[in-house]
Design a protein around this ligand. Structure first.
Ligand SMILES: NC(=O)c1ccc[n+]([C@@H]2O[C@H](COP(=O)([O-])OP(=O)(O)OC[C@H]3O[C@@H](n4cnc5c(N)ncnc54)[C@H](O)[C@@H]3O)[C@@H](O)[C@H]2O)c1
Length: 360
């Protein structure tokens, strides 16, 4: 067992705080990672996953919490970046006692970290955690929660895509463009609706027959192709990965015919360097964490008392942020992924510095 003896060293990764939590009776083993509170309390979901080792769990929480700091900074939120992992199989060990024990550890951080849903945790779990802590969002509608975050996620992705269209074709519209949507799940379905409304032609794929049936019934004008490989090779203007991570890799980028990539999936770049492969092929990639921030914007709004119109307005600003990133990328001669990181770091440094002005 390697608590604080891991190969991933939080000191060298720049994290503010990493907390190991254990409640032996309920089986809880959790790690809360706080990367930065420069902009405010750290916000990020709790991933409940059967990691192969403690090192894997730690590596994931360090990586994810850092990512949240960048995402929240560019979403314009007054929130820092954090994330938590619960180590174990949720199917086997998730219980009221375990979730409430976890909630008490979140509470012990006195508001430095707000939790929410992620892989393996759901709205109902947040309601249980909330019985022990105030610092939880992403709750059920009955408990003041905002409900389905994919609505604003899809809206934000659409805004990012409009900004990319303006950059490449001169108008912030997808009218007359062929857009390939890979993954017709919660986000992909809403995105397809926005695209059709805007006058785009949608080509799509999914591995789930139910998702395909939904599209056939609701948007019969959508052209369906066999799989993601067929979509990548299709004659499309925009590629929208809305399924799993790693969609942009050494195989797909050379085959891609689209000029723009904008989608909801997290971690679309399979490895560092793929952003350069895209740039070298003249493909404009809008960083995933910028355009898919609608979901976190929604759960962040819930902390204030959810107001859909206010949250939608903020998600609409993903258009302006994407536009700014694309201009910065051109001005500094770097891929948009690098420009986005620079802009996030700038906001954390500039706005975070204001905390040094003493108030009382
Ligand atoms: N829901 C949100 O608010 C939100 C917010 C930010 C990021 N994201 C990310 O966006 C992506 C989509 O999220 P979602 O909520 O729509 O998930 P989802 O599970 O509802 O939908 C994913 C869809 O992709 C399909 N799929 C899986 N593998 C595929 C493959 N190889 N080829 C084609 N289709 C495949 C699934 O069948 C499913 O219909 C995920 O990567 C998620 O992490 C979602």
């Amino acid at each position: 067992m390697g608590v604080f003896a891991s190969t991933d060293d939080p000191v060298s990764t720049g994290h503010e705080q990493v907390v190991f939590c254990q409640d032996k009776q309920s089986g809880l083993k959790a790690i809360i990672g706080i990367y930065s509170t420069a902009l405010g309390p750290a916000l990020g979901g709790t991933r409940f996953y059967p990691y192969a080792s403690e090192d894997d769990a730690l590596a994931d929480v360090l990586d994810l919490s850092r990512g949240m700091a960048y995402k929240n900074a560019l979403a314009g939120l007054d929130l820092g970046g954090g994330k938590a992992v619960i180590w174990g199989d949720p199917e086997q060990i998730k219980s009221e006692a375990l979730l409430r024990a976890y909630g008490r550890f979140v509470e012990s951080l006195a508001g430095r970290y707000y939790t929410a849903c992620d892989v393996g945790t759901y709205v109902a779990d947040m309601d249980v955690i909330a019985r022990e802590t105030r610092y939880v969002t992403g709750r059920s509608v009955e408990h003041g929660g905002a409900g389905d975050s994919s609505i604003l996620t899809a809206w934000g992705v659409f805004q990012g895509m409009r900004a990319a269209a303006e950059h490449v074709w001169g108008t912030p519209s997808l009218r007359g463009r062929r857009v390939g949507v890979a993954g017709l799940g919660k986000v992909g379905k809403y995105l397809t609706g926005h695209l059709i409304e805007d006058g785009a032609e949608v080509v799509a794929t999914d591995v789930n027959p139910k998702a395909l049936a939904w599209v056939r019934a609701n948007h019969p004008q959508v052209t369906l192709v066999d799989d993601a490989a067929a979509l990548v090779a299709a004659d499309i203007d925009v590629y929208a990965p809305c399924a799993l991570g790693g969609a942009l890799n050494d195989d797909t980028v050379p085959a891609l015919r689209a000029k723009v990539v904008t989608g909801a999936a997290n971690n679309q770049l399979a490895h560092p360097g793929v952003e350069k492969l895209l740039a070298d092929r003249g493909i404009l990639y809008t960083p995933d964490y910028v355009v898919n921030a609608g979901g976190v914007i929604q759960v962040a709004d819930e902390i204030e008392g959810f107001n859909f119109d206010r949250a939608k307005l903020r998600a609409t600003r993903i258009f302006d942020t994407t536009r700014e990133i694309l201009h910065l990328a051109d001005a500094e001669g770097v891929p948009p992924a690098v420009a986005a990181d620079r802009l996030a770091e700038r906001r954390m440094a500039e706005v975070g510095r204001l905390r040094t002005i003493h108030l009382r």
